[in-house]
Design a protein around this ligand. Structure first.
Ligand code: ZN
Length: 262
């Protein structure tokens, strides 16, 4: 296989030896790939600027010889942009790290991941812009990524009786079913969405990419959305995420603190 050109987002950089790095790069065409960037820790090296964490770069890659553990060698790397403007708050940083860890945990093999890459970059961009509440970015990411990965909840109407609208609904975070208040009660399930939160869940899961953040939500409904989105996403994740522990350690994220305020 010859050298080829590919664009990707650096999701992980591991220092290796004296000045080398092993990168995990998310690409649209080949999913998540491992890239060996020789000498890229040296400031004067031509790979240095483009191989950093959260850089989106154009790589020229050469397939490695070991075919069992596929690794590409970076021949060239051109910096295009980066999403590193996340450290203005612990919360923003925490959400960005969480989204990256979440994506890494999706076990994306070498298969196209265009939708995953677009969603992650869209959400990181929102964080960098500093105009959207990081908690909201997190919820959008969680629900939308679940849909991209084939876990779209069933959102049209109550699965028990077919009712579409109501004050309170239950999104079953295990199997993605929607239940109205009375059908949820019959199954002894608690309601976790109000009208506004259900609207937002439907919007996030069903709208087109460009309009992903084009909805408004009240503070009360947002609290429900955040909790349901996280529960739903984590129900489909088979390992704990360290970045979530960090987020929860921030008092604003602590559910106990939240309920004390309420
Ligand atoms: Zn019902």
């Amino acid at each position: 296989m010859d050298d080829f050109v590919i664009k990707g987002l650096v999701l992980q950089e591991i220092e290796y030896g004296e000045a080398d790095r092993i990168l995990k790069v998310l690409t649209a065409e080949k999913g998540l790939i491992s890239v060996f960037a020789k000498n890229s820790m040296r400031l004067t090296n031509h790979l240095f600027a483009a191989c950093g964490f959260l850089c989106y770069s154009e790589f020229v890659l050469r397939p490695g010889r070991n075919t069992e553990e596929r690794m590409y060698n970076a021949v060239e790397a051109g910096y295009e942009t980066d999403f590193r403007n996340i450290s203005y708050s612990f919360e923003a940083q925490g959400v960005a790290m969480y989204m990256v860890e979440f994506t890494l945990a999706l076990s994306l093999g070498e298969q196209p991941a265009e939708a995953e890459l677009r969603l992650l970059m869209n959400c990181l961009y929102k964080i960098c812009q500093q105009k959207t509440d990081p908690k909201l970015v997190k919820a959008v990411f969680e629900l939308r990524m679940s849909c991209v990965c084939g876990f779209q909840p069933q959102l049209l109407c109550c699965q028990g009786c077919g009712v579409y609208d109501g004050e309170r609904f239950c999104l079953d975070t295990e199997d993605g079913r929607l239940l109205c208040e009375s059908c949820a009660a019959k199954e002894e399930k608690a309601c976790n969405l109000d009208k506004g939160a259900l609207f937002a869940v439907r919007y996030i899961c069903l709208t087109e990419d460009k309009k992903l953040f084009g909805f408004r939500i009240s503070a009360a409904s947002a609290g429900l959305l955040f909790a349901a989105a996280e529960q739903y996403a984590l129900a489909h994740m088979d390992r704990p995420l360290n970045s979530l522990k960090f987020l929860r350690s921030l008092s604003a994220w602590d559910p106990d603190q939240q309920s004390k305020k309420d």
